[in-house]
Ligand binder design. Structure first.
Ligand code: AMP
Length: 221
C-alpha cells in the first residue's frame, strides 16, 4: 500500500467529484476519509442536537457555522487513525476554517497539507449533481448519467437502496454554488499563495480524473 503521511485537502465546488475520488484515494493509501458533509449527515440520521441544528441550514444550501464544523473536525482528527495521514473532503470551506486548521495542525505532526483543487465548469456540475445517487448503506456514489448502477436503484457493492440527497434539488444546488463562490473560492488564492495548491481538471470521466490524481500525488507527495 502507498504511504501518504500527510494531510490532503480536496477543494472544489459541489459536484466536482471530490467525494467519488476521495473514497478511492482513502482506500489506496489507507488513510481516513474525513467528509464534513458525511459527518453532518450522520448527525442528522442519528437525530443528535448538532444534527437538528444543521439540517435546515444544509437543506437550504447554506454553510453550517464554522464553530460546529471545527468542533467536529478537532474531535475527529485527534483519533489515532489520523496519525499516518488523512484526507479532507469538503473542509475547509471558509477562510476562518482554513486558518483554524493551520493551528490544529501545529499540534499534530503531519506537515503542511497538500491541496488538490478540482476544477469543473458550472453546467457540468449541475448535470452531475442532478444525476447523483448515493447508497444508503455503504455510501458508494453513482451517477445516473455517467456511472449508473448495474441494477436500477440498487448498490453494486452491497445491494443497498440508492437515494438522492435532499440538497441535490435544483434550487438548493444554485444556493450551494453561490455559497461556494462567496465563501469557499477565496481558499484557492489562499492556498496558491502558500504554494500548496495543485489544480486538477475534474471535468473528465471518473477513471481519467483518478489517473491524473494518482500521478499528481506521486509527483507532489
Ligand atoms: P457536502 O457533502 O460536502 O456537499 O456538504 C453538504 C452540506 O453540509 C453543505 O452544503 C453545507 O451545508 C454542510 N457542510 C459540509 N461541510 C461543511 C463545512 N466545511 N463548512 C460548513 N458547512 C459544511
Amino acid at each position: 500500500m502507498k504511504v501518504l503521511r500527510r494531510a490532503l485537502i480536496f477543494l472544489g465546488p459541489p459536484g466536482a467529484g471530490k467525494g467519488t475520488q476521495a473514497r478511492e484515494i482513502s482506500r489506496r493509501y489507507g488513510v481516513p476519509h474525513l467528509s464534513t458533509g458525511d459527518m453532518l449527515r450522520e448527525h442528522i440520521a442519528k437525530g443528535t442536537e448538532l444534527g437538528r441544528r444543521a439540517k435546515p441550514i444544509m437543506e437550504s444550501g447554506q454553510l453550517v457555522s464554522d464553530q460546529i464544523v471545527l468542533e467536529m473536525v478537532e474531535e475527529r482528527i485527534s483519533r489515532a487513525d489520523c496519525a499516518g495521514g488523512l484526507l479532507f473532503d469538503g473542509f475547509p470551506r471558509t477562510l476562518a476554517q482554513a486558518e483554524a486548521l493551520e493551528k490544529i495542525f501545529e499540534g499534530h505532526h503531519l506537515g503542511r497539507p497538500l491541496v488538490v483543487n478540482f476544477v469543473v465548469d458550472p453546467e457540468l456540475m449541475f448535470h452531475r449533481m442532478s444525476g447523483r445517487r448515493t447508497c444508503s448503506q455503504c455510501g458508494q456514489i453513482y451517477n445516473l448519467h455517467d456511472s449508473p448502477p448495474r441494477q436500477p436503484g440498487r448498490c453494486d457493492i452491497c445491494g443497498g437502496a440508492l437515494v438522492q440527497r435532499p440538497d441535490d434539488r435544483e434550487d438548493v444546488m444554485r444556493e450551494r454554488r453561490a455559497a461556494y463562490e462567496r465563501q469557499t473560492r477565496p481558499l484557492v488564492d489562499y492556498y496558491q499563495a502558500r504554494g500548496q495548491l495543485f489544480n486538477l481538471d475534474g471535468s473528465k470521466d471518473v477513471e481519467s480524473v483518478r489517473r491524473d490524481l494518482l500521478a499528481l500525488l506521486d509527483r507532489a507527495s
